[in-house]
Design a protein around this ligand. Sequence first.
Ligand code: 3H9
Length: 708
Amino acid sequence: MSELVSLTKDGDVAVITINNPPVNALSPGVPEGIAESIAAIQKDDSVKAAVLIGGGRTFIAGADIKEFGKMTSGKKDRGVGLNPILAEIEDCTKPVVCAIHGTAFGGGLETAMACHYRVAVPNALVGQPECKLGIIPGAGGTQRLPRLAGVAVAAEMCAFGDPVPAPKALAAGIIDKLIEGDLLAGAVAFAREQAASGKAPRKTRDLTDKISNQAENEKGLAAARDAVKKRSRGLLAPKRAVDAVEAATKLPFEQGVAKEEEYFKECLFSDQSKAMIHVFFGERAVAKIPGIAKDQPLIEIKRAAVIGGGTMGGGITMNYANAGIPVLFKEVSQEALDKGLGIIKKNYAATVAKGRLTQKQMDDRLALIEPTITYDKFNEADIVVEAVFEEMALKKKIFAEVEKVTRPDAILASNTSTLNIDEIASSTSRPKQVIGHHFFSPANVMRVIEIVRGKQSSDAVIATSMALSKKLNKVGILVGNCRGFVGNRMFHEYQREAQFLLEEGAKVEQVDAVLYDYGMAMGPLAVGDLAGLDVSWRIRKEFKHLEKPGERVPLVSDQICEQGRYGQKTGGGWYDYEPGSRNPIPNAGVAKLIEETAAKAGIKRREISNEEILERTLYSLVNEGAKILSEGLALRAVDIDMLYILGYGFPAHRGGPMWYADTVGLKKVYDKVCEFEKQHGELWKPAPLLKQLAESGQTFADFDKTKE
Ligand code: 3H9
């Protein structure tokens, strides 16, 4: 038919194959090719049934996401327009069987559901992940899925987008049969059986069994709405996905599809979907490192070693075990080792208790962890990750020791979050092998690693670190070496503004509420309590000598620490916490301390608006981010966005701080920064890049294009 869709025959069964690598997305030409094939099948009397299958590694993984940008920017006036084509499949008078391997996601599952039957290999996945892009299924997914699987399953799948394994999809009624062995042969045989049965092909849109019990429907919808409220704070698409599923229970199919289209467009043209599509491509873009060839040979990581059995070391060790990589887990004493191992076991056991891991999986993972208090066997490690206390002298001592016990080609990584990676590297004779792997806490949960490139880190070490991140199910983001690297350097500014706002008159709970309502996972002060205020206190003391004379610094947090209030772990910090609870309770003593401190420092307190809180905290991130970009410490603005979304609880539907600034308009952001500079001085000096982009009417996204 075309290069994208081919039509062949296996006896009396036609086989339509989609060939649009890498993921067989429904790019222009694919849906049309399927429609032409169906028309040809209709006309060919020798064909009794048809199979629709994906060539290569997967069935259709969805609509072509790049096309959405063309629609919202007005570069393309026609919608994805799948519905009429899916209707042609469904109206085919000969049975059409969809054969699924890999993933049938989004428009892929919608195409599959327009076929009369679905078979799949057992490890296939199906899903409607559109809401992860800020949209809802737009080709009948919200109408056909409840007809196959019932309202509760459909609402859950459309509102949260998690993939469903084929055996579960079979039990739910989405798939008709699992095929062990050759999928195409199994699908052709299944299609032949359907044709031989003489029954009219089963149209999903005509099914009513699973949506006819209104009481059951209401229950499913109410449960889904409850879950959306809890899990999808501030998001439009999950809400609309449930509304669209509801339409399937109340309206005839065609009208339900029209309702779905209305909601789909509302979501697609929202800022949320633009931001989330930016995040989808961003996650893939950060893996591309300019200057390092795609075919750069990598160091094979067959075995790892982690030094330090604390919270970070334990979490990092779990990551390796989870990825199936044997890992040495080293501490200085048997006692510390047992303690560290105990925490790892407890973490795994909690996951087993939640049903997210089987006991066998836990045992297999633990078997990959080899506890040790010596450097024996370190010569077998392809990578060593140091995760000890944040102290330069200690790190240097360890790197000097590790050099003696490892092979020259082993990667020597440090999990430092603040210390100079080049200085650490200087303690070895192989600085090319040294790199920062800054995991975020809890390391077994957070999906990001800041990969800190030293002056001499080799291309092989960098490229391997990026590929390894993916293997550990993380996103590696390459940054340069500076104090706090990219993430914490920016976070320092954000925290500082939050505290200045307190001194100037805002309440602790007001600042946190504004940022929480914006969509942050937690407000900045609550984050401090969670991370431990003593951590930044210690860092502040270590870097005190770098403070410029006369520079304004936050005055309250050190005093809180001096009172022994380190945050959640001591039952109080900015807030109080009841034993065993993470619920922050405002503390009158802290409020008084802030007022007294401000008075002593001569700071005039005033009413602070929510708008000012938002602008000062977020624009401090943007301004520092722009400085970091000019200094080349982050490769692109999107790298900063991904780091903030994955590492700092920045809401994905805002696209990250730099993307958010683009949506506000850089001129507006720049003007505010200038105003803050007038009010607050030097600390708000606008970044030259921000000024330049604002004055030339450009965006950070434009800046990124110059880096491609
Ligand atoms: C939808 O279907 C709406 C419908 O309701 C219809 C409305 C009318 N489009 O992830 P990978 C690219 S919305 C365009 O690295 P993996 C990706 O950017 C869609 N491009 O591979 C990458 O490019 P590059 C619903 C896409 O094996 C390359 O393919 N579907 C698309 O780790 C390889 O991708 C989804 O949301 C796409 N749909 O994972 C599914 N998908 O090499 C989105 C991928 O240049 N996709 N690319 O960086 C996925 O979840 C994963 O890609 C998948 C494979 C699991 C399929």
